[in-house]
Design a protein around this ligand. Structure first.
Ligand SMILES: Cc1cc2nc3c(=O)[nH]c(=O)nc-3n(C[C@H](O)[C@H](O)[C@H](O)COP(=O)(O)OP(=O)(O)OC[C@H]3O[C@@H](n4cnc5c(N)ncnc54)[C@H](O)[C@@H]3O)c2cc1C
Length: 307
């Protein structure tokens, strides 16, 4: 992402610090500490009083601790998608928008992709269709579940400055019932502070998904914010639905197609793939051009999901 930021000359990554809050043995806190030790990441462990003193926006109890990572932050998704597109075009990519693929086929001679406008032939094919992976990878019958997720933006009550970058970190708070509440600081040019639940969504069909956010859903997030980040339980500025493409172990699918070495499969989602988009792009290019990559991707093979 840093390379893309350099090549595009745009700010695509904002460092804010990151707070992973929960009970001492919660996967969110304990898992973060374990990763930091495994990968030697600078971090701090904050007790309840430390959290209260440094991040008074959070209504913590004496039963929670926090992992704090100074180098954490957020990627600007829309801007970086566009920056990737621009860099691809600068390198000769011929991009077609609003032209859905209806089918594909492959054999030793190459691949054929049929869209609503025509059929294209090529040597190699990369399939990365997001929530439409169940359709475009149907031949493998992988255990995908597409779930509807909701994002909310709230106007802070009182001093909005308390939620600015530098004052308020990105955060994930694992609640006693295991549900994760997460949020971001106020972003320049964005109305409201973004917050949401992780993994709280019914499975759905991406073409028929209900895009209306219900009062019950708003009530649920308000209750969580009122209890944990009270000043964020202000006026609702906006809410939007989005789709996770999940597999049971919540890891990615990145692999060569088991029957077609000239087809590369990618479903890097389960709600946490975007931050890896640049390196995943590199891996997919390696697999398409060389049939292999130097990056460790065994964890993401389709074989783990079948049989
Ligand atoms: C609410 C929410 C919050 C998230 N928060 C984070 C986060 O904080 N950090 C993080 O790292 N990740 C996050 N994610 C996950 C992240 O968005 C995904 O992991 C990532 O976007 C997956 O990338 P993708 O390329 O596989 O799919 P998408 O980004 O969904 O891209 C797939 C593309 O394929 C196109 N397509 C599908 N079918 C066809 C077809 N038949 N023909 C032509 N085109 C087709 C689609 O239109 C789409 O443009 C979040 C996701 C959601 C829903």
């Amino acid at each position: 992402m840093a390379q893309l930021q350099h090549d595009s000359g745009q700010q695509l990554l904002t460092i804010t610090g990151g707070l992973m809050i929960g009970a001492e043995h919660s996967p969110t806190f304990a898992g973060s500490v374990r990763s930091a030790h495994e990968w030697n990441l600078p971090h701090e462990v904050l007790g309840p009083d430390d959290i209260r003193r440094r991040f008074p926006q959070f209504a913590t109890t004496d039963h929670v601790v926090a992992f704090y990572e100074t180098a954490a932050g957020f990627v600007h998704p829309e801007e970086s998608v566009w920056a990737h597109v621009q860099q691809a075009m600068l390198r000769g990519a011929d991009l077609h928008f609003s032209e859905p693929v209806t089918s594909w086929e492959a054999d030793d001679n190459g691949v054929r992709v049929t869209t609503i406008r025509g059929t294209y032939e090529a040597e190699k094919l990369i399939i990365a269709p997001g929530a439409w992976a169940p359709q475009l990878m149907a031949d493998l019958a992988l255990p995908f579940t597409v779930t509807r997720q909701v994002l909310y933006w709230f106007e802070p009550i009182g001093n909005a400055e308390a939620f600015a970058v530098g004052k308020f970190p990105i955060f994930i708070w694992e609640l006693p019932d295991g549900l994760q509440l997460y949020g971001f600081p106020l972003q320049p040019g964005v109305n409201g502070v973004k917050a949401a639940f992780f993994y709280r969504g019914p499975s759905c069909n991406p073409d028929l998904v209900n895009r209306v956010v219900s009062d019950e859903e708003i009530t649920a997030i308000r209750a969580a914010l009122a209890a944990h980040v009270p000043a964020l339980n202000g006026p609702l500025v906006d809410a939007a639905t989005c789709l996770y493409t999940e597999v049971p172990d919540h890891h990615f699918v990145i692999a060569l197609h088991p029957q077609h070495a000239n087809v590369v499969l990618a479903s890097p989602c389960s709600g946490h793939g975007y931050k890896f988009s640049s390196v995943i792009g590199e891996i997919l290019a390696d697999l398409a051009v060389e049939g292999k990559t130097r990056h460790p991707i065994a964890l993401f093979d389709t074989a783990r999901l079948v049989g």
